[in-house]
Design a protein around this ligand. Structure first.
Ligand code: ATP
Length: 202
């Protein structure tokens, strides 16, 4: 299966772009949602988290003790990296299982994997192609303030933890410019044609 990894920094519009691909019939795997799911369903991961961060990482009903985990991982970059190192392989496994359902389906020429940390996690290396949704920082911040109703400083704080826009642009094979002046749909349609032909050659 031909796999396209799609990413972009906070508020760039990656989810919006994915929804357009979905209307074209392209399945999208949302890695952030998958990460939340595997933390309560992947038994290997659950055991590893308990071992690393204590049995109190989970409530007695099996749900995640978010307060406990957040307190640990937001206290140090090292702890956050440790959690990510445990979660990423489980998300990769979930993605592989998800992709299998489309193997051999003629109406699914390729799939998308949406991940905010596609480059940071190294998961772009497991994709055939990477696509970056890019927008100016001020516009991205403004969009998230409006969408989530949170202060601009909070968005800026989250943004500052992400890999710089320029660095991601250098790594990406393809780019969609989602600013206020360029239309998104024609850009998606152009890339869709490209991916159809690349998938055909694979
Ligand atoms: P996050 O990283 O926070 O998950 P994201 O990259 O997935 O964000 P979206 O949620 O797709 O970004 O977009 C952020 C907000 O900006 C949403 O409210 C969305 O509706 C809006 N938005 C995105 N692109 C456009 C656009 N071209 N025109 C108008 N609004 C847009």
């Amino acid at each position: 299966m031909f796999k396209v990894g799609i990413t972009g920094n906070i508020g760039s519009g990656k989810t919006t772009v994915c929804k357009i691909f979905e209307t074209l019939g392209i399945p999208v795997f949302y890695a952030d949602d998958a990460a939340k799911k595997v933390m309560v369903s992947d038994t290997i991961l659950i055991e590893a988290i308990k071992k690393a961060f204590g049995a109190e990482s989970y409530q007695s009903d099996g749900t995640l003790n978010r307060k406990h985990i957040s307190a640990i991982v937001f206290s140090s970059e090292e702890q956050l990296a440790k959690l990510n190192a445990l979660v990423h392989p489980a998300v990769f496994r979930a993605f592989d299982v998800w992709v299998k359902q489309f193997e051999g389906q003629k109406d699914v020429p390729y799939v998308l994997k949406e991940a905010a940390i596609l480059f940071e996690s190294g998961s772009y290396k497991m994709c055939d192609r990477s696509l970056m949704v890019s927008a100016p920082q001020s516009l991205r911040i403004q969009r998230v303030v409006q969408r989530d109703n949170i202060p601009a400083e909070e968005v800026q704080k989250r943004e500052s933890r992400q890999m710089a826009e320029e660095q991601k642009l250098q790594l990406a094979n393809d780019v969609i410019i989602n600013n206020d002046t360029q239309l998104v749909i024609p850009q998606v349609l152009r890339l869709h044609q490209l991916y159809l032909s690349l998938a055909n050659q694979k």
